[in-house]
Design a protein around this ligand. Structure first.
Ligand code: ADP
Ligand code: ZN
Length: 435
């Protein structure tokens, strides 16, 4: 049985999607070339003119755009319309350095609302839903994106924003919210707060959650689903492209459909820039083909994922991306070994009596990298049994050693020691960067 969809394009034949993509791509390459001097110069340097873009494959002729280009042209250097046509500004949350600014025309906001509405419908929502938005409102795109999505759909947007977690629970109860939108780490925190307040998941009306803005694992999904008694859906996006709604998960929960009628995806080898075949993991690159104010060409997201056109059980034909494993810049290189924080999380979830809260500290002593992991235990763990603590530490260290290929030092801590996050969680401290 097919899922309900919001926009007919979600079910369109691939040839129709690709024909639309090509005409939109050509149109937007002209738009950018004519209105953004920075892009004109980059394209001239690369020896490519808008008329050279005749097929979707010609996309590879265009130069990449890097985060550094956005910083070099900060704040408005890549805008392709005059400021009088811009109706809203947002900025990245600045997780990795200086913030960047994105502008939207009214048409851009309408596209955003439409993409986010697709995500809400894919999560089972509809015009009667009450969408509880606990992403932070403000320059961060999380709040407004789902807000516009709910309103586009004719659903109710409840702009709670993040923070004041007990009040979140009260609003969930009193307003009878049925879809919760926030980061997966905040969803965990809200779920734990509900439990601590002695409220059972079946005492609230939530049926689904749409969680994104940071990497999360399948174990984390199951944990949130059981804490809140819901089905948890992933959503992906980034400020540079539009915000949440670039891609969204369907009933199959096996990757996210990309709104490829607006954002053309490619997967490339991050070292050589070469376009990789479908199914090969690499860096996600997006080209905006409908946006007016801030239409980036071949933007290097630094997120690692794969693409798949395999038929999806939900009936959608839009290409799917895998859950991003994290950014290339999240990857830690410890003693020459590549480590993603998500690998550590997976091991911790498989260990009994650990909670999903941990803090990774990487440092350098002399010329050797060190990896320390603080792990919070569940309330039933007996800290006074010294031998038990040592055994547990050893058990986790051995499991991590066999997954990562390097040996960490594990410290077990009591419940609620590690600070909870109301937005994107900060789980890694790399002290080597401070020297
Ligand atoms: P910042 O770059 O300052 O963190 P953004 O809020 O624009 O600002 O973050 C976008 C980034 O968040 C993406 O490039 C990606 O790394 C991460 N992200 C967003 N959604 C997801 C998701 N569903 N899974 C994994 N990572 C995600
Ligand atoms: Zn699907």
């Amino acid at each position: 049985m097919s899922d309900r969809i919001w926009n007919p394009i979600e079910h369109a034949p691939v040839e129709e999607i690709q024909a639309l993509q090509l005409s939109r791509l050509i149109h937007n390459v002209y738009h950018v070339y004519e209105h953004v001097p920075y892009y004109r110069q980059r394209m001239d340097e690369a020896g490519v003119k808008p008329k050279d873009i005749k097929t979707l494959k010609d996309l590879a002729k265009l130069p990449f755009t890097y985060k550094q280009d956005l910083r070099d042209t900060y704040p408005y250097g890549l805008f392709a319309v005059p400021m009088e046509d811009v109706v809203e500004l947002h900025a990245s949350s600045g997780t990795t350095g200086k913030q960047i600014v994105a502008g939207y025309t009214q048409k851009d906001l309408d596209i955003w609302g439409d993409c986010a509405a697709r995500a809400i419908v894919a999560a089972g929502g509809g015009p009667r839903s009450k969408v509880h938005v606990s992403y932070g409102y403000g320059l961060f795109t999380g709040g407004m994106g789902l807000h516009y999505g709910a309103q586009t759909l004719g659903a109710v947007a409840i702009p709670v924003s993040s923070g004041n977690t007990k009040r979140q629970v009260q609003i969930l109860q009193d307003f009878e919210s049925d879809i919760l939108c926030c980061t997966p780490s905040y969803a965990t925190y809200i779920g734990e707060t509900l439990r601590d307040m002695g409220i059972r998941p079946d005492e609230i009306k939530l049926s689904a959650g749409i969680f994104g803005a940071e990497p999360w694992t399948e174990d984390s999904r199951r944990n949130i689903e059981s804490l809140l008694g819901i089905k948890a859906y992933d959503i992906y996006g980034l400020t540079e492209i539009i915000g949440p709604g670039v891609a969204y998960e369907c009933s199959q929960q096996t990757g996210m459909h990309i709104c490829e009628d607006h954002f053309l995806p490619e997967i490339i080898d991050p070292d050589t820039g070469e376009v990789l075949p479908e199914g090969t993991p690499g860096e996600l690159v997006f080209t905006c083909i409908t946006k007016e104010a801030f239409p980036l060409l071949r933007y290097r997201t630094r997120d690692i994922a794969t693409l798949s056109r395999e038929k999806c059980g939900c009936g959608r034909t839009l290409i799917k991306m895998s859950k991003p494993r994290g950014r290339t810049d999240d990857m830690l290189i410890i003693r020459g070994v590549n480590v993603f924080p998500s690998q550590i999380e997976t091991v911790l979830f498989q260990t009994n009596q650990t909670s999903p809260h941990y803090l990774i500290t990487v440092d350098r002593v002399g010329s050797t990298d060190t990896l320390d992991i603080m792990v919070e235990m569940t309330p039933d763990f007996q800290f006074d049994a010294v031998r038990l603590v040592e055994e547990k530490q050893k058990e986790i260290e051995t499991a991590l050693q066999s997954t990562l290929g390097i040996s960490p030092k594990v410290q077990l801590v009591s419940p609620k020691t590690i600070q909870r996050s109301e937005g994107k969680a900060k789980r890694v401290i790399d002290k080597r960067k401070l020297y």
